[in-house]
Design a protein around this ligand. Structure first.
Ligand code: IPT
Length: 989
């Protein structure tokens, strides 16, 4: 094989280091490989995954399985052909054994008694005692038999056994004989089993250990799960067949350059679409080639035809280059509008089927995402095929993270411990060799959060030599000694701006992990954010502010939002909520920090993803005073494949006019203007949709929209005189008891929201939730100071504030009669020191629980906040109470509807409910529980609807930001204690 020449790690004939475990059996069992630094024994050198005509046998399905709590409790002789496994249970391969029947298992009631899932972010859940692991090392023993089909592996042929992913260390036996051992959970391993295979029944036995020396290299922020979690197969390798292929397909100025290295027997390379035939190793220039890009993923089908085997390979011509500190793809700046993707399914964990992978790809494409970082390991190989086909740039990351060493000051971390170096190198080699032919892969990444040192530098050096066509990424090389792109995570906006300008000095926000050290080299390279805007819970906010900086500075090649999906685990049967860290009784855990995705565990898009779609828009529509401007930010072509349509609605939300907008061709990077299609007053929306279906979306799929509010201001109802008692009755505290004949409660001043993750955690918590709770904003007391019946109405003054402080609000409530209703004018004046920020300023109103529908004119249809609202458009919307709640896995503030001019709340039947108009746009939410109940809940199913619905009519709320892992939100989005006034009119429906 061609790869053999560069292969430096991994394969050696099996001489397993000794660590014999006294199992109490007659013989001591040799488990030395479990704590071996370079434990892959007998594994073949890595090679590309090829779509071949050679036969293969799928070994997935039900295997026999036995779980043991330790090495000592494993089964002697389990590998022998005649071992009787009839009383073992079955387990599907692929799967993660901790998730077996997980819906029925809790720490208190676990009929299986196997170890449960455990979540830690940084911490190793075992002592740092390299290369040792605890005696309690859960081990799964797997057995199955198979019969190779007729003609499978003729005389001269070889037969390989392939494991696509086994976590974390395993030994494999065929017909009672040791085949080999391997580690590298998310990496492929092949063994040559030709000499062990027999005609007829063969017995395969695999012993998989949860912990191994390799666990030190696999400390990614995710659940600890084990088992054969990707497929197993048997491959026939024809003598003289095609063992490996390395496609080099470049592109420049419309000309493709093709060279294909082939290892194995003699072969011809063909590209039928171009009538091309060439020899391996030959270089051909091909004019008229369409390049591959995420926007236009043009693929060509290549065939490598040998005497006894044909390999088919989808290829794409493209070039990735760095010039003058800017990253280019096909001679255009490459800007990642990316996400970090862990592989996750709430029922099957890291075992994904193709439909789930496709669902991810389609969701990403439909939300204007153009790139994925495979954090922090190579994905299932099918995922990369899908990225090639549908068009997503990929940063393919090696299966490596040693973050837990940070806790001990990175002392002895594998990057600096040469005993680990062969394993580090082998991991990178397995990553690159398997995936090297994918046009979607733009960069290689050496891993994540593993400090820096010669072990990682060696991975970079090997990678550059093996594949000079792709730059190398690794965030942990802060001074850019061996990487090609400067990469950071969670930098503050001001720091991103400074880096964008290539400044030498800057006092930016520091993650606490990464002190900014702008070396001359790091300043000369392109810059990217391998992680930014942490999508934990409600958020992230300030996506727009980040995108503006990315667009402003040429050197910034974009970034990757952290992260794609909440890793919630499917609930106890029949319950709606998902489980997270700590729910399985873990000794150490990181709580809901694993719930930080743009989609909920069941892949429902969160409001954060909807907002991201708008911010990542490939074209921008701006409506000015006289013109509509359309800017093609990064779409290939001239936007001729889009349809532009407009509507004008009045302040009631009724459509006044609509039409198509003729937009002339607009090339990438250009902008055009067209006259406004109407001069009418109202809200004008221009929307761009696909004129024809793509493989990732239907005709009519909206790419983006632009909006302008051209409504003429209305005149608020001037009230005068006290409302008649049959219209509004009040209690002795100045609060409504009845409005238009319906029992209501309040309104009272409300300064609280159920803290979001970004309020509770990280850098901002001291200013936010901690301070709010310390002051007591969740437990306001209200006192009626005065009540007066005046000529202009009824006026109450209240003092609203928490116990044990003199801070709060002095609030005046003036009720007056207006035609057909009542008007409330509220003014609030800050008293004393309420701290730096307030969660909200508004009014809380208890309404009947039959009032379960809201119609509003404002931003919608989804939730919106001060720093996350661009995706929500002005218009008239209606939603039921369930739709008005976003079921964030960890309950927190949600469901706010923003910039509302008027709303109807009621039971959906005319004559039952309220119409509320506001002089200035307000925030509205309606929920079946209070903010305090929401704050007390830890899982969605803790939330139980009460006998009231709570309507909030708010002036404002605090920022979302993404401080759970990052800088505090910008001051301009803080809600600081301030005086306020609100003017509201209520009428019966
Ligand atoms: C960063 C990690 O790379 C990622 O895996 C994840 O843990 C993320 O944070 C937070 O969810 S590391 C962090 C200490 C900046």
């Amino acid at each position: 094989m061609a790869t053999a020449g560069v292969w430096q790690g991994g394969w050696r004939p099996a001489t397993i280091p000794q660590r014999c475990v006294d199992t109490g059996r007659e013989s001591m069992t040799d488990f030395g490989y479990v704590e071996d630094f370079t434990a892959s024994q007998g594994v073949l050198p890595p090679r590309a995954r090829l779509d071949t005509s050679a036969p293969s046998l799928d070994l997935d399905g039900d295997w026999r399985f036995r779980w043991s709590p330790s090495l000592a409790a494993t089964t002697e002789g389990f590998e022998s052909v005649d071992f009787d496994d009839s009383d073992w249970r079955t387990l599907p391969v692929p799967s993660c054994w901790q998730l077996t029947d997980i819906a029925e298992r809790t720490p208190d009631q676990d009929p299986l008694g196997w170890d449960l899932p455990a979540y830690t972010n940084v911490l190793y859940p075992f002592p740092i005692d390299v290369p040792h692991v605890p005696d309690a090392n859960p081990t799964g023993e797997y057995r199955r038999d198979f019969t190779p089909p007729q003609g499978f592996g003729d005389d001269q042929d070889r037969v390989l056994l392939r494991f696509d992913g086994v976590d974390s260390s395993f030994a494999c036996y065929l017909n009672g004989q040791l085949v080999g051992t391997a580690t590298g959970s998310r990496l492929v391993h092949e063994f040559d089993v030709t000499d062990l295979l027999v005609p007829g029944r063969n017995v395969l036995a695999v012993r998989v250990h949860k912990w191994s020396a390799a666990s030190y290299l696999e400390d990614q922020d995710m659940w600890w799960l084990s088992g054969i979690f990707r497929s197993v197969s048997l491959l026939a390798r024809p003598a003289g067949g095609i063992d490996d292929v390395f496609v080099h397909a470049d592109w420049a100025d419309g000309v493709g350059t093709l060279r294909v290295e082939v290892s194995g027997g003699s072969a011809t390379v063909r590209l039928p679409e171009l009538d091309l035939e060439m020899a391996p190793g030959e270089t051909r220039e091909l004019p008229g080639i369409e390049p591959w890009s995420a926007e236009s993923p043009r693929r060509y089908l290549l065939e490598v035809v040998g005497e006894r085997e044909t390999v088919r390979q989808w290829i794409g011509f493209r070039s990735i280059a760095i010039r003058d500190g800017v990253l280019y793809a096909n001679d255009r700046p490459l800007i990642f509008r990316g996400v970090n993707r862990h592989e996750w399914h709430p029922e099957t964990g890291r075992t994904l089927d193709r439909a789930t992978m496709l669902a991810d790809v389609l969701l990403m494409k439909r939300h204007n995402i153009n790139a994925v970082r495979t954090s922090h390991y190579p994905p299932h190989p099918d995922f990369l095929d899908l990225c090639d086909e549908y068009g997503l740039w990929v940063i393919d990351e090696c299966d490596l993270e040693t973050h837990g060493f940070e806790v001990i000051g990175w002392q002895g971390t594998p990057a600096t411990d040469e005993r680990f170096f062969p394993a580090l190198l082998e991991r990178m080699q397995r990553t690159v060799e398997r995936d090297k032919n994918h046009p979607c892969i733009a960069l290689w990444s050496l891993g994540n959060e593993s400090h820096t040192g010669p072990g990682i530098a060696a991975m970079a050096a090997w990678t550059k030599e093996r594949d000079p066509s792709r730059p190398v990424h690794y965030e942990g090389d802060y001074e850019c000694e061996y990487v090609d792109i400067y990469s950071r995570m969670y930098s503050s906006l001001s720091e991103i701006d400074a880096i964008g300008q290539r400044l030498a000095e800057h006092d930016g926000y520091q993650t606490g992990v990464v002190p900014p050290r702008y070396t001359e080299r790091s300043r000369s390279l392109p810059f990217m954010l391998c992680e930014y805007v942490h999508a934990m819970g409600n958020g992230p906010g300030e996506l727009r502010e980040h995108q503006e900086l990315i667009e402003r500075h040429d050197r910034i090649a974009g970034g990757f939002v952290w992260e794609w999906i909440d890793h919630g685990i499917t609930p106890v049967q029949g319950r709606r909520s998902f489980r997270y860290g700590g729910d399985f009784g873990e000794e150490l855990h990181d709580d809901n920090f694993v719930i930080d995705g743009l989609v909920l565990p069941d892949r429902t898009p969160s409001p954060g993803l909807i907002e991201l779609k708008k911010v990542f828009e490939p074209i921008r529509i701006t409506i000015g005073a006289d013109v509509v401007e359309v800017e093609n930010l990064h779409r290939d072509g001239d936007c001729g494949d889009l349809r532009f349509a407009w509507t004008l609605v009045d302040g009631a939300g009724d459509e006044l006019e609509a039409g198509e907008l003729d937009v002339p061709p607009v090339a990438t990077g250009e902008r055009v203007t067209v006259p406004l299609p109407t001069t009418g007053a109202g809200v004008l929306t221009v929307s761009a949709t696909l004129a024809e279906a793509r493989n990732w979306a239907e005709t009519g799929h909206e790419i983006t929209f632009g909006q302008a509010d051209r409504r003429e201001p209305g005149t608020p109802d001037a009230g005068a005189g006290r409302p008649a008692p049959e219209v509004a009755s009040f209690d002795g505290r100045g609060r409504l008891t009845e409005l238009f004949g319906v029992a209501v409660e309040g309104p009272v001043l409300d300064l609280y929201r159920a803290p979001i993750d970004n309020d509770r955690r990280g850098s901002h918590a001291a200013d936010a939730a901690t301070a709010w709770h310390r002051i007591g904003l969740h437990r306001l007391h209200h006192r009626l100071v005065s009540a007066a019946d005046t000529a202009t109405g009824l006026e109450f003054v209240t003092q609203d504030g928490p116990a044990a402080t003199n801070a709060g609000y002095r609030t005046s409530w003036r009720w007056t009669a207006v035609p057909g209703g009542v008007r409330l004018d509220v003014t609030g004046e800050v008293v004393g020191d309420l701290g730096a920020t307030l969660p909200r300023i508004g009014l809380r109103f208890g309404v009947p629980d039959e009032w379960d529908r809201l119609t509003w004119f404002g931003r919608g249809p989804g939730e919106a906040y001060v720093d996350s609202h661009e995706s929500q458009r002005l218009g008239r919307w209606t939603a039921g109470i369930d739709e008005l709640q976003t079921p964030y896995v960890f309950p927190q503030e949600n469901g706010n509807r923003a910039e509302v001019s008027w709303c109807l709340v009621g039971g959906g039947e005319a004559g039952h409910g309220l119409r509320i108009e506001s002089d200035t746009p307000i925030n509205v939410s309606l929920r079946p529980w209070t903010a305090e109940q929401l704050a007390a809940a830890t899982h969605v199913d803790d939330l139980v609807a009460g006998d009231r619905h709570w309507l909030n009519l708010d002036l404002a709320q605090h920022a979302l930001g993404s401080a759970a892992c990052g800088a505090p939100p910008s001051r301009e989005h803080w809600l600081t204690p301030r005086d306020f006034s609100l003017g509201l009119t209520f009428r019966p429906l």
